[in-house]
Each structure stands twice: as C-alpha cells, then as structure tokens.
Design a protein around this ligand. Structure first.
Ligand code: ACO
Length: 349
C-alpha cells in the first residue's frame, strides 16, 4: 500500500498588516495586553472585496501545485477546510475547481475549525493510501476579518484572529517509512457551545436554555437570522477563553504523544512540531510539558495571529521555506479547536 507524501506546499497572506496598535482605533485594547496574553504582534486582514477565503486558498494552491511539479488539470480531488467560506453554501472546494479550470473532480469541504486542515489531510491521506487518487489538493484558508466584533464587546476574540491560506498537494510514495506515517482525529462535543458562532444557524436555541420567545409567532423563514440575534452578538464568534486554554493544554500533548507512540517514537525524535497557532502561551505550555527545545517547535502567531484552518499549513510552509524542515526530518502537525476537535499527523519529510 502506498503512503502519501506532501509533494508541494504553498501559502498566501494578504499584504495588509494590522498591528495591535491599529486595533485600538476600534476597541479598548492595547499592545501590551494582546502580546502578554497571546503573543500576537500583528496579523493580516484581507482586502474587503478583492480577497476572499477562496481567492487566498487559490494563491496558496497554485504555489503548492507548481512545487509538486504537477498542474491543476492533474489534480483528481480537492479538500478545502475553512470556517469562513465565501458562501454559506456551496463550499469553497467547487470555487477552486472552477477557478483552476480543473477536470470535474470531487471537491469536499471540511468544517472542523482549528483542526480543519488536519482532518482534511487525514481524509486525503486515506484516498491516496487506497489508491483511489494520485494528486490531492488540500487547502486551509480563512477570512476572519469579515466577521469579527471590532467593538470593545468582542475584544477578547477579535484581537486573536487573522486571515490567510496554506495548501499542500499529496501524492503517493512507495518509499518505505516516508511521508505521512499516521493521522489521529478526535472530538468531544460536550463543550460545543463554548467556542462557537451560533448564528446564522437552525438550532433555535435547542441546545441551550436561552428563551426563544421572540420567534413564537414568526414564520419559519424569519428564524434564521434576526435583529435580536445581531443585538446579542450571536453572529460573531463566542469563546470562553480560559476553558479553551485548559482543555487545549491537555489535548495537544495527548494527541502528539498518541502519534509518536503509534510509530514507536518519542518527543526527542521530533525534528519539528508545528502546532496550530492558537495562542503563543498554549504552544509554550505544550512545549514545556513535552520537554521540547525551542528548535523543535515552530511558531509564527506573532506575525499572523490565529488563522484557524490555515495556521498549520502556513506555519509548515514557512518553516520549510526557512530550511527548518529538511528531507528525512520527523515532523508532527497538531491542532486543537472548536468542537472540541483535535488531531495530529506524523510525517517523515
Ligand atoms: N484588550 C484588553 N483587555 C481585554 C481584552 C483585550 N483585547 N480582552 C479581554 N480583556 C480584558 C477582559 O475584559 C477582562 O477584564 P476584567 O478583568 O476587567 O473583566 C480581562 O482582560 C481578563 O479577561 P479574560 O477573558 O479572563 O482574559 P484571559 O486572561 O483569560 O485572556 C485569552 C483571554 C487570551 C483568550 C485567554 O483566555 C486564553 O489564552 N485562552 C485560550 C484560548 C485561545 O487562545 N483561543 C484561541 C482561539 S481558539 C483556538 O484556536 C483553539
């Protein structure tokens, strides 16, 4: 059975740099608070109309395809991970298929937030291993800036997120012990509401004790989005930050060790850990807990903020471009996020 290897990788971030100081025009915040709590110095925001989640994903994809030595016409499957799609439906995958003038190949969208790219990679890995496809394009992209609460009310969330995209092309390899060694996916929906964007949605507060009185007499069509939902900021992401922190620092090490254990390896064997760039404090906590050195962990949240599904491929691409990942290196990708969902992938580069 073939294994999958990352044959090409690319990233794209908008040119527009937004510093912590820039955010003080919109909300009561400051550079010291943001840096101390999250490590973030600046992030990129997409152009309002010219850059979308899909167009950023496309730019990253074009680089990945070229570096893989292939063409868009050779891609036989697309997997696109995002929580900020261009349209509520259809997903971004078909927009990529159209824009790159691909054959009528399958296009799958993944909604697993911060773990989205790893879920997407794992799905693509299975299709390569079974021999079903030979060139799979996997994209993680986000345009968070379109939907954050930039008032002081939303400051605990909005300062964290940024825009960008990363992509890889997976191909089969017969080289023994090379490529993706294993992937590991998990979820625990018990805390689904503590890192979530509730609306637009079809739940009608089914999962919470919140009253829904306003809508008793409303036609079904009006229940989807209302002024009340907007007044209560339910069209913006909600996060119980401390609760997320507590779970993340347990599940990150657990899923990294799971990947290492399954392959008979230990943390000292790792050349590079690429954690989802949730928060620098989370990455540092995980590093310390696992006894990893600074050289074994790559962080770039300082420059880009948290780009959710794009953060792992952006960090992986940057680390590789900087020569920090070389042929034969053992690389672990790991993510934790909304759902909760968490995941890892162990790769012999
Ligand atoms: N600027 C200034 N002050 C702020 C800001 C801001 N941007 N945001 C919140 N504050 C204030 C609060 O109003 C509060 O003030 P008060 O004490 O007067 O009420 C104070 O800072 C502390 O607020 P908390 O929300 O308790 O802040 P905390 O210290 O927990 O830090 C943070 C928030 C950074 C989100 C933290 O909880 C954390 O690190 N959580 C981990 C979750 C995370 O990083 N998620 C990333 C996205 S999800 C993911 O990718 C997995």
């Amino acid at each position: 059975m073939p294994q999958s290897k990352i044959a090409g990788i690319g990233m794209y971030v908008p040119q527009n740099v937004v510093t912590n100081q820039d955010l003080t025009q919109y909300m009561d915040t400051n550079d010291a608070w943001i840096q101390e709590r999250t490590g973030i110095k600046e992030r990129r925001y997409a152009h309002r109309t010219d850059e979308t989640t899909t167009t950023m994903g496309l730019e990253a994809a074009k680089i990945a395809i070229e570096r893989a030595g292939t063409t868009a016409q050779d891609i036989d499957f697309v997997v696109f991970a995002t929580l900020s799609p261009d349209y509520y439906f259809p997903g971004c995958g078909v927009l990529v298929q159209r824009a790159l003038k691909m054959k009528e190949v399958g296009a799958l969208d993944i909604r697993n937030q911060c773990s989205g790219f790893l879920y997407a990679l794992s799905v693509a890995d299975q299709f390569i291993k079974t021999g079903m496809y030979k060139n799979i394009l996997v994209i993680g992209a986000e345009k968070h800036s379109f939907g954050l609460d930039f008032s002081t009310r939303g400051r605990n969330v909005s300062v964290i997120f940024g825009d960008g995209a990363g992509a890889v092309v997976l191909q089969p390899t017969e080289e023994k012990g090379a490529g993706i060694l294993s992937t590991h996916l998990h979820s625990d929906g018990e805390s689904a509401e503590i890192l979530a964007m509730y609306n637009p949605g079809t739940h009608a507060n089914h999962w919470t004790d919140e009253p829904y009185a306003d809508f008793d007499d409303a036609p079904i069509a009006q229940m989807f989005m209302s002024h009340q939902m907007i007044d209560h900021a339910q069209n913006f992401p909600f996060m119980d930050g401390p609760a997320v922190f507590k779970k993340a620092v347990v599940k990150f090490p657990e899923v990294i060790l799971e990947a290492l254990d399954q392959n008979g390896l230990s943390p000292k064997d790792l050349n590079m850990l690429i954690p989802h760039q949730a928060n620098l404090r989370i990455s540092q906590f995980v590093q310390q807990k696992m006894g990893l050195t600074d050289d074994q962990v790559y962080n770039n949240i300082q420059q880009y903020g948290n780009t959710t599904a794009a953060s792992v491929p952006i960090a992986l691409c940057e680390a590789w471009e900087q020569g920090k990942i070389k042929s034969g290196d053992l690389v672990c990708l790991a993510a934790f996020g909304s759902g909760f969902t968490w995941a890892s992938a162990l790769i012999r580069w």
